[in-house]
Structure formats: structure tokens, C-alpha cells
Design a protein around this ligand. Structure first.
Ligand SMILES: [Zn+2]
Ligand SMILES: [Zn+2]
Length: 408
């Protein structure tokens, strides 16, 4: 599979438009109104039936995941990029995956007025993801300490079927190979869809000003009242944010999640604890015992090796400078990685930081992460040729790697 396009008309003026799967903001080229796409959980799409007229279509749900699996092993972290689908219900004749589907197919959001019968998923996304973890982790050496996922797309896709004398795949309008007669849906609960995407005008909930953000941004900013917002279910929620000013002219700010969290079984209250865990060759200063430890996780999509390298580097170097609570004037890179996934990556981060394995529980995957304080902090980088450099760190990111992350 690959990236699909979604056919959707503008909620304000009705003009037809195409969206990308990762778009969260829709700026209508006709009426110029920008809308936010919201859902309380997952986006749900339907694959189009080729010749729908006069058929009783049954829509079968498939979980779709495109993104990265991170496996934390004793020797380091392994990554797998996967782009998979799996049927969310059990019916013997129904294909287990969606298979390869043409990118020319235009999806639609599920809506409450769609005709057809929508089968209810019998398995949660989490169960399906655990199965992917098992499948893709099979070839890795044991023990696997923890798996995390960094998703580009997580959605529910409904694929239409119908029966005459045989079971037909309605997308291809072809019989399903190996299926007998009749629709094998006896006992599959379903009915009319009870979901629709929510469109909300992209206006600041505090002051009514236009919110600013790239089309795939998960965090939107109001330059009028200097506030930041993220989708929380079907509404916008105020987000603690700030930036650490750069010293050079013309910095480029990259967003990081700064997460202060408790981790069960790991003593990680202060920065000093963190230095001990990572066994860094640094004399521990007494004030570090008081400085709360924070995890700094990139809030943007990037290759997993770089993602983890940046997270480790900024976590161990934790700036004690207090961020300013304002929106910098210089360019900002969009926050495209949700906080929930940043929190999920913390165990992988701990496993790869922990040189002192005796300070980490053997069953790290069972540890409970309790985020106490989460902020989005923009850190200053500078562009030097094709590299993006953080002045205080011995590191550079190629501008291509950042662009690559945007395309995901
Ligand atoms: Zn419009
Ligand atoms: Zn505002």
C-alpha cells in the first residue's frame, strides 16, 4: 500500500477537493476557509465500489497501519517500516488483508448517510498491532524488551463486498478467489455507519484568530494570543509550549515534546538519576539532584535512527534554560508526531540510554509510564548548506531527512 488520496468536498462551500491521508487541515482553494479534521479516535474510510448500482454492499473493516515498529533488544534497537492492513473481523472467505490496492483509488470518509451494511470490527487496533509486533519481530533475537510504534497512518478502512452466486470483491468487481457461494457474514454484527469526520473551522478557541499550521500539523498556533492547540478527541485543547531562543540569526525551530514522567520500577526523578542510568562520565552536581528529569522526544517524523539519536542527545543534555512562552518569528517545523506516540517511545529511549542495566527492570515492557507534565518546546537549529545543525550539540540532520519525514 501507499499513500491514498481522499475525495472530500469542502464543508463550507461544497467545492470538490482531494486530501492526503495525513492531512489534518484543509484549506479550501475556493472559499479560502481552513477547516480542521477531527475524530475522537481513528479516521475511517471506504474504498470505492466499482459498479455499486443495485448491489447490497457489505463493508468489511480492515485496520491499516503504516509506520515504524521499534524493537528494543538487549543489544540495541531494531526498526521495521511496515505498511500493512489486517481484517478486523473473522469470516473465513474474506481476504485477510486488503492486498495491494491501486493508488488511483480515491477513498472517501465514512459518513452516516452512506448506504450499505458496515460490519463492526471484532478486534481492536491494539490487538492487531500486537499481532504485527509478533509477526515482524519473529526473526529477531530474544528477548525483546519492548516494542513501540510510530505511526504515520492508523485508520480503519472499509472494503465493499457483495454476493450473487459467488462472493465478490466490489472494489475490483471480481469474484473472491477461494470463496464459496453466499456471503459468509452470518453472525457478523453491523449496520449503518455511526461515524463521520468532524470539520471545525481552524480558529483559535481563545480569541477567534486564524490558527496557523501546515496541512499535516498536529499542533496549531495562534499568533494573536500566543497560544498552541492540539486536537483532543473532537475538540481543540490548549497546550503548554515555548521556545528556547537561538543565538544565531535566522534559526529554524524544531519541535520537541518535553515529557516529565514517572516510570514504574525505574528511579528517574532527577537529572542526576538520568546521568547515573546512562553512566555518563560526568561529575554529578548537587543541583542536578533537584532538577526534574525530562524526556525530550522529537515531535516530528524522521527516520527512526535519527529520531532515537535526537531523543537520546537532548534527553541527556537537558537544557536547564527555561523556555520563553511565545511563538518565535523564525520558521517553525510542523509538529507531526502525536504526544501519545512520543510517550510510547519513552521505554525504547530508556532501554537505549540505560548503560547501567541493573537500574532498569528486566520487564521494561511492563513498566507503566505516567506523564506528569508535557510541553511542546521549539529548539533552535541553523541551516548550513544541506545540513541542519544544533549549535550546542555535535550533531547535524540532513535537510533531506527532515523533508523525508514530511512526505511520510
Ligand atoms: Zn470551500
Ligand atoms: Zn488566540
Amino acid at each position: 500500500m501507499n499513500t491514498f488520496q481522499i475525495e472530500q468536498s469542502c464543508p463550507q462551500c461544497g467545492a470538490p477537493a482531494n486530501l492526503e491521508e495525513t492531512d489534518r487541515l484543509f484549506a479550501c482553494p475556493f472559499c479560502r476557509v481552513t477547516s480542521l479534521l477531527l475524530t475522537h479516535d481513528y479516521f475511517r474510510y471506504v474504498l470505492p465500489a466499482r459498479n455499486p448500482a443495485g448491489k447490497d454492499l457489505v463493508y468489511v473493516p480492515y485496520w491499516r497501519f503504516k509506520g515504524m515498529l521499534l524493537f528494543s533488544l538487549p543489544a540495541g534497537v531494531e526498526y521495521k517500516f511496515i505498511d500493512v492492513s489486517h481484517c478486523a473481523t473473522d469470516a473465513p472467505a474474506i481476504p485477510v488483508t486488503l492486498g495491494l490496492r491501486s493508488q488511483a483509488l480515491k477513498l472517501k470518509f465514512v459518513s452516516r448517510d452512506m448506504p450499505g451494511r458496515f460490519v463492526r470490527p471484532a478486534r481492536s487496533f491494539e490487538e492487531t498491532l500486537a499481532a504485527f509486533n509478533r509477526r515482524f519481530g519473529q526473526a529477531l533475537p530474544r528477548p525483546i524488551l519492548h516494542c513501540a510504534h510510530l505511526g504515520e497512518s492508523m485508520s480503519l478502512m472499509y472494503s465493499p463486498f457483495y454476493t450473487t452466486d459467488k462472493l465478490y470483491d466490489a472494489v475490483l468487481d471480481r469474484p473472491v478467489a477461494a470463496a464459496g457461494g453466499g456471503f459468509p457474514d452470518a453472525g457478523l454484527a453491523g449496520g449503518r455507519p455511526d461515524w463521520g469526520v468532524r470539520f471545525v473551522a481552524a480558529l483559535c478557541p481563545a480569541c477567534g484568530w486564524d490558527l496557523e499550521g501546515e496541512k499535516n500539523a498536529l499542533v496549531l498556533l495562534c499568533r494573536n494570543c500566543e497560544s498552541a492547540w492540539q486536537a483532543a478527541g473532537s475538540r481543540l485543547e490548549n497546550l503548554d509550549f515555548g521556545f528556547i531562543a537561538g543565538t544565531d540569526d535566522g534559526p529554524l525551530y524544531l519541535p520537541f515534546w518535553r515529557i516529565r514522567a514517572g516510570v514504574s520500577g525505574v528511579k528517574l526523578k532527577s537529572y542526576a538519576d538520568l546521568i547515573r542510568l546512562a553512566n555518563l562520565p560526568r561529575a554529578i552536581q548537587s543541583r542536578w539532584e533537584e532538577q526534574p528529569a525530562a524526556f525530550w522526544v522529537p515531535a516530528f517524523k524522521i527516520q527512526p535512527q535519527l529520531f532515537l539519536r535526537l531523543a537520546k542527545m537532548f534527553t541527556v543534555s537537558q537544557s536547564s534554560r527555561e523556555p520563553q512562552k511565545a511563538i518565535p518569528r523564525s520558521p517553525l517545523h510542523a509538529a507531526t508526531l502525536p504526544l501519545s506516540e512520543a510517550v510510547e517511545s519513552i521505554k525504547v529511549l530508556i532501554a537505549s540510554l540505560a548503560v547501567r542495566k541493573d537500574l532498569v527492570p528486566a520487564k521494561l515492557s511492563e513498566a507503566v509510564i505516567t506523564p506528569n507534565e508535557c510541553s511542546l518546546i521549539y529548539l533552535p537549529f541553523v541551516r548550513k548548506g544541506s545540513e541542519i545543525i544544533h549549535p550546542g550539540m555535535q550533531t547535524s540532520i540532513s535537510a533531506n531527512a527532515l523533508e523525508w519525514g514530511k512526505l511520510l
